[in-house]
Write a protein of this length. Structure first.
Length: 261
């Protein structure tokens, strides 16, 4: 893709699901991709798939909640690819809990990964862009739950609203340096995360059968089908490429028409 070739890109949470699809798609577009995930063996396996398909990739371990780990991930990427151009803060978790049952521990667990992890990733990437004197790009994964609150996913929704707010704040803070920040808001995507969400609905007696919650939510998409991870690849490539250079602070809904804003 124009403006993507040889760009050094990090994707967190890239061993599976949306992150894996993005990593593969970016590499197919000519980017050099650091596949980052909590378990290095999983990251290495996905990086190996990309390399075997003719792309350029490395696998890295990262715990996005820990600044030293994020710093090490970025430093390893800069060393491997002679710089950093784009970071996708994609790693995230979900938890199903009825509103009145959400505990302080539940809140902290979800917000630490989904919001604090994004904040740290953005901060450390910006420091790197500044040091390298590059007009870098930040792309965060939010959700339709960052546009509308869903129960029993209230704390997950709060974390994704936070991602949208952080994206807008960073766009205002660093636009005068040519650093852009945007986010992608997927809908109901057939990924391992949604299998866990489905299980949570069943465990709390909110659904009766596997995939019932997934199918119920997905039915509201006006395009008439659930989303697949590959549906996010086109917008990921666009936001990583030079074709989006004059876009910042935006949250792009890629949900098949579930939420209109």
């Amino acid at each position: 893709m124009k403006g993507l070739k040889d760009k050094a890109v990090i994707v967190t949470g890239a061993a599976r699901g949306i992150g894996a699809a993005m990593a593969r798609g970016l590499a197919e577009g000519g980017a050099h991709v650091a596949v980052a995930d909590l378990r290095k063996e999983d990251a290495d396996a996905m990086a190996a798939q990309i390399v075997s398909a003719g792309g350029k990739a490395i696998g890295l371990a990262v715990d996005v909640r820990k600044r030293a780990s994020v710093r090490a991930m970025i430093d390893a990427t800069v060393a491997a690819f002679s710089g950093l151009d784009v970071i996708f803060n994609n790693a995230g978790i979900a938890q199903v809990k009825p509103f009145l049952e959400i505990s302080e521990e539940d809140w902290q667990t979800v917000l630490d990964v989904n919001a604090l992890g994004v904040l740290i990733g953005m901060q450390e990437a910006v420091k790197t862009f500044q040091a390298l004197k590059r007009r870098g790009k930040i792309v965060n994964t939010a959700s339709i739950a960052g546009k509308q609150g869903y129960e029993p996913l209230a704390h997950y929704s709060a974390s994704k609203f936070a991602v949208v707010a952080l994206t807008q704040a960073a766009a205002r803070a660093f636009g005068n340096q040519g650093i852009t920040a945007n986010c992608i808001c997927p809908g109901v995507v057939a990924t391992p995360m949604w299998k866990l969400i489905d299980q949570g609905f069943q465990e709390h007696g909110l659904s009766k059968s596997p995939e019932e919650a997934f199918n119920t939510f997905a039915a509201s998409a006006v395009l008439g089908r659930p989303s697949q991870a590959d549906d996010l690849v086109g917008v990921a490539r666009f936001l990583a490429s030079s074709e989006s250079d004059f876009m910042t602070g935006q949250s792009l809904l890629v949900d098949g028409g579930m939420v209109f804003t």
